[in-house]
Design a protein. Structure first.
Length: 195
């Protein structure tokens, strides 16, 4: 990699603060393209969908704009609006997370196992988990009950304990939508440079 990007920044627009924390861990990936990461957190999927076009229009002149969203949160017509916002102003891309962001978080099985104190044994890829958020919280609640992680009490604590350990390269191996995003971005950044 190590190539320069189309602009100074990559602007990642996401649904909420947990998503923003995880996206911070993508910094080395974007650094490899010479892009500084900038994260714009919205107040849920409705806010993201409603503001997507204006945000892409505002930030695309400074580099790629990425709209991250959980597929499980979409209502009828939302996907079309997000894709149209991305298509309207290049360089931009709609980035679906299959079901929920917790699937991406659990995809770094090493970080997840260290955070919970219990070895993660699947299912893999984590995209196949029907309700990743419930699955994620169950693992932590069991860890707390078994006194493996008694210092953790809230969902936010669980999320952060994995994020501190999480690495994109390890996670890519265990989640198809995450790998797809990284591959698509690599392909797109080359195309965006052509124009």
């Amino acid at each position: 990699m190590g190539e320069k990007g189309t602009g100074k920044y990559v602007t990642c627009i996401c649904e909420g603060p947990h998503d923003g924390l995880l996206l911070q861990r993508f910094k080395p990936f974007f650094d490899s393209y010479g892009l500084k990461i900038r994260i714009k957190v919205q107040i849920g999927i409705d806010s993201l969908v409603r503001k997507s076009s204006g945000l892409v229009r505002e930030y695309h002149v400074q580099g790629p704009v990425l709209l991250f969203f959980d597929e499980a949160d979409l209502k009828k017509g939302d996907l079309k609006k997000l894709e149209e916002a991305a298509w309207s102003f290049s360089p931009a891309m709609a980035v679906p997370v299959v079901r929920k962001i917790e699937a991406w978080l659990m995809a770094d099985t090493e970080a997840f196992s260290e955070a919970t104190g219990s070895r993660y044994s699947g299912p893999l890829p984590t995209d196949v988990i029907e309700d990743p958020k419930r699955f994620f919280l169950h693992y932590f609640r069991v860890a707390v009950r078994q006194r493996k992680r008694g210092f953790l009490a809230r969902e936010r604590d669980f999320f952060r304990s994995v994020i501190w350990r999480w690495e994109l390269e390890r996670a890519r191996e265990n989640n198809l939508s995450l790998e797809s995003f990284c591959s698509r971005f690599t392909q797109k950044i080359s195309q965006w440079r052509v124009h």
